[in-house]
Every structure is written in C-alpha cells, then in structure tokens.
Design a protein around this ligand. Sequence first.
Ligand SMILES: [Zn+2]
Length: 69
Amino acid sequence: MSDSEPCDDCGEPTTDALSRTVRLTVDRSQIDAQRLCPECFAEWIDRYEREMQSETQVISDDGTDIIVD
Ligand SMILES: [Zn+2]
C-alpha cells in the first residue's frame, strides 16, 4: 500500500485509513484544511474546542464552523 502521506502537523506518514481531514469554513469559504494523524487530530479538536468554546459549535449543519471527514 502506498497511500501514506505525511501529517500536515507533525509530518508523520499516515495512511488514509487513519488520517482525518479537518476543514474550517466560515460562510461557506474554506479558510483552513489539514490532513492529520490521529494524535494531531485529537490535539486539534482539543485546541479548537478550547479556543472557540463560547463562540461557535464544533459541528453545525448549516453555515459555518468545522467539518470533519
Ligand atoms: Zn501528526
């Protein structure tokens, strides 16, 4: 299998099966997208929830915020 690509954060080779992609969008414009290994993904969500806590929801159906594939 050659479906390993580096994590956008730590650079560790991560297979598609394990990687998570996060996309941060505001008003339907993508402002950030990262392909992360499970560890960095967990940290990212952690950080996101801390920073955005009172302002936005982590996942919302209509409009803004974060999409996790
Ligand atoms: Zn990583």
